[in-house]
Write a protein that binds this ligand. Structure first.
Ligand code: SAM
Length: 206
């Protein structure tokens, strides 16, 4: 039987804000449902992990870094890297059993903070040319390496416009997986959080 896959997000920010919490909870739930493990590494020891995340069975919170965890086993680890020379393929599911992601909020234009992990010498693969949110990057990786769907056969929505009401909408500058309902797949609660942030932005102007 194939070794179960492990998805690791190396948390690179000092805090764990609501946005990251929703993304990490979504990754943990989906990993658990797919028979995989999810590690959140490099967590500052004083950081409190929210109960809705820590209670998911396949989730592990780690204060150690991915380098410490896989010091003698680097060849098992594939870094998902927007600057890698080759794209992820279903065969990479046979070569690697650990997939590493930067726990970085998406920024526009991207600032290449994934280089902090690249410097550590893990072999890298790209998920196509467009920036994804961290939960989308894990979802797409799982579809490629576990479900064996080639990267270019996955249905995507780029830069979706989220419409809150007749007058308000916001464009998300990322690539998402297109769900069966034709909408971008997002963590539970994310739409409401983005709407709240948009309202706050407007309130700040008043
Ligand atoms: N702007 C970011 C940066 O500075 O590198 C990208 C952050 S992205 C929101 C979070 C993580 O998802 C990245 O560190 C990477 O592991 C993964 N990721 C997102 N889009 C990707 C892509 N097109 N190819 C490979 N990895 C990607």
């Amino acid at each position: 039987m194939a070794t179960p896959k492990t998805y690791i997000v190396e948390h690179l920010d000092d805090e764990l804000g609501t946005w990251s919490e929703l993304e990490y909870t979504c990754i943990a739930r989906e990993s658990h449902a797919a028979g995989a493990k999810f590690f959140l590494s490099s967590i500052p020891p004083e950081l409190q992990i929210p109960e809705q995340l820590s209670s998911i069975p396949s989730f592990t919170a780690e204060t150690r870094s991915v380098e410490e965890l896989f010091a003698n086993d680097k060849s098992r680890v594939c870094l998902l890297d927007p600057a890698a020379a080759s794209d992820l393929s279903p065969e990479d599911g046979d070569k690697f059993d650990v997939f590493l992601f930067g726990g970085i909020l998406g920024d526009h234009p991207p600032r290449d903070r994934t280089r902090e992990l690249r410097k550590k010498g893990f072999e890298g693969r790209r998920l196509g040319p467009i920036q994804m949110s961290t939960d989308t990057a894990v979802r797409v990786t799982r579809m490629v390496v576990q479900d064996k769907i080639p990267l270019d056969k996955i249905p995507y929505i780029d830069n979706p416009e989220l419409r809150f009401n007749e007058h308000e909408s916001t464009e998300m500058p990322f690539r998402y997986v297109k769900g069966e309902d034709g909408m971008p797949v997002m963590p539970e609660g994310m739409f409401e959080l983005i709407q709240k942030d948009a309202d706050r932005g407007i309130d700040d102007l008043l």
